[in-house]
Ligand binder design. Sequence first.
Ligand code: TYD
Length: 197
Amino acid sequence: MTGRLIVFEGGEGSGKSTQAARIAADRNALLTRQPGGTEVGASIRELLLSTNTVGLSARAEALLMAADRAQHVEELIAPTLQSGRDVVCDRYFGSSIAYQGAGRGLGAEAVLPLSLFAVDGVLPDLVVLLDVPADIGLARSVGDVDRFEAQDLAFHETVRASFLEQADANATWVVVDATGSLEQVATAVDAALGSLS
Ligand code: TYD
């Protein structure tokens, strides 16, 4: 049997990385992330997130996200699933639809085909969306601000709306209210995972 692909999505400061790590440990799954889950991806991530990257076009940004995704799926995700092990991925192509499609205004219809090409048929079994109002999420971010966190509140509100729309339209998505305590969020995430075990 192939492993399951469990994806965590959400805006800045939604706490998805914490939940992804917890669930991966619980299931002895491979924990990985986009962008940046491979050596090639780490270079792409640096370019995409660095505030020294100035003037990157929205289309180039979308293609770099897709390139990272293609490398990640072929090198790491697909072989791991084929070996029977679950994969927990912090962000997948829902983030491209939200950030590049909605946030940058390229449109989901332009961005989705790039991601479908990149993932070559490897679709999530479950997407857990950790939903938090953009202003609350941004206020939680500490330390250096990256190129996406540096976008204005309206950008992040557009991203959030896209995530919620995607969740509405796709039966594989579950929305978890991420405004609660760590324990409350963990309980809701566990319930969402229940359908998979
Ligand atoms: P991430 O490492 O999850 O950052 P954080 O934990 O601070 O939220 O993601 C890096 C950034 O990349 C994040 O701001 C969202 C952005 N991103 C996109 O714009 N498109 C994508 O397809 C992906 C995967 C991420």
